[in-house]
Design a protein around this ligand. Sequence first.
Ligand SMILES: *Cc1c(COP(=O)(O)O)cnc(C)c1O
Length: 233
Amino acid sequence: MNQIDAASARRAELAKALADTRSKIPSTCTLIAVTKTFPLSDVKILYDLGERNFGENRDSEGSEKSSHLPPDAIWHFQGEIQSNKIRSIARWADYIHSLDDIGHAEKISAAANHGAGGKIVNVFIQINLDEKLESSNSLRGGISPAELDQFTDSISRLTGLAIVGVMGVAPLGVDPSPAFAQLQELSQELQNKLPKARFISAGMSGDFEVALKYGATHIRLGSSILGRREGHL
Ligand SMILES: *Cc1c(COP(=O)(O)O)cnc(C)c1O
C-alpha cells in the first residue's frame, strides 16, 4: 500500500469505528476520543470527521497534539497528575478528569490565575471505585468515596478552577455495575453541595454501555475507536 492509500484506509477505518460507537451513545452524552499513543494524523482525521473532544494522559503528548489542532478542539487530561507538569497541563487542557489531591488543585488554581491567562480549568474529582482500597496495591488514582465531602469543601473556594463532576474507572475483571452505581450516588452527593457539578465521567471501551445506564455524561473511548494500543496504558 502506498502512503495515500494507507491514509485513506485509516480514514475509512476511523470513520466506521466512530460512527458505530456514536450510534450506541445518546447525543446528550459527550464522547471523548482517547487518542493517547496514537499519532497526530489520527487526531486530525477524527477532527475532520466531526469529533471535538480528545483525551490524553501525558502532558508532553497532549501539549504537542493540541498545538496542531484548531481552537475549537476540546482537550481532556485524564492521566496521573505529576505536580511539576501542572502548569503545562493547565495551559492546554480544558478538562482535568483525574483530580484527587488538594495540593494539585491549588497548583491548578494558581496556574489558571497566573500562567494560563485567566482561563478556568474544569475538573472532575476522581474517585477510586476499587473495593479493596485498604489492600492499597490499587494502581488507580482517586480519593476514597468517604473523602468526597471533605475534599470538595477543601477545593471549592479555589478560583480558576471549576468542579464539574466526578470521574471513576470501574475495577477490571468484575461486573462494573456496582462501581458505576456507587459513582452515580456520589455524583448526587456532590450535587447536593454543588448543584452545577452534575457531570459523570465514566465508561471506557469495555464498559461504556453499562456506564450509560448509570448516568454517565462523559465517556472516554480509546481502543473501540482507534484500535489496540501498543505499550502504555
Ligand atoms: C486509556 C484510558 C481510557 C480509554 O481506554 P479504552 O479502554 O481504550 O477505551 C479511558 N480512561 C482512562 C482514564 C484511560 O487511562
